[in-house]
Write a protein that binds this ligand. Sequence first.
Ligand code: GDP
Length: 175
Amino acid sequence: GTQQRLEVNMLLLGAHNVGKTALTVRFLTRRFIGEYGAIESVYSRVDRINGQEICFNIWDSQHTQKCPSVSDKQLQWADGMILVYDICHRGSFDVVQQQLRHIRRGRKPSSLPIVIVANKRDLRRHRSVSGEEGRLLALSERCGFFEVSAAETYHGALLVFHRLVDLVRETRALR
Ligand code: GDP
């Protein structure tokens, strides 16, 4: 069959240093490099999933300012969001919650699929946010949830981006 190509705009949010770029680069190249410049840009990758062409447009946002606000431009652009925190930094979990509130105020709750990502699982000896807390937040906000290590595996990043595509597809089917 000739299914239509699906374009999905995905915005990565979260505090500085949580691994947004690492996750993006993992997904795009399968690699983990270690250090990334502070370049804010939109990357694209086309994949075929179950016979359908999916175009991932990924906006890796950089929040250099203290205020973790989400701009109107970002809210309007995104079909779905990936909110990342570092399991070793409770402050980054707080930022995710602030950004969720911000997003929910800006858009109707059901209209924006979100996946929450607890990153740096490889550093779990230094964990300060439990998996349970992350899962509960995701459950109460109706978001997807994955605990991953961008440093250790490609699989986690793949799951995250593919889950968001599924959520976006479900949302569009409901319209
Ligand atoms: P961003 O500011 O959110 O885009 O964060 P980066 O992707 O630039 O990553 C910040 C730092 O955390 C870098 O030094 C990365 O190498 C490191 N990092 C990212 N993901 C992981 C991970 O899963 N495990 C570990 N140990 N380090 C990570």
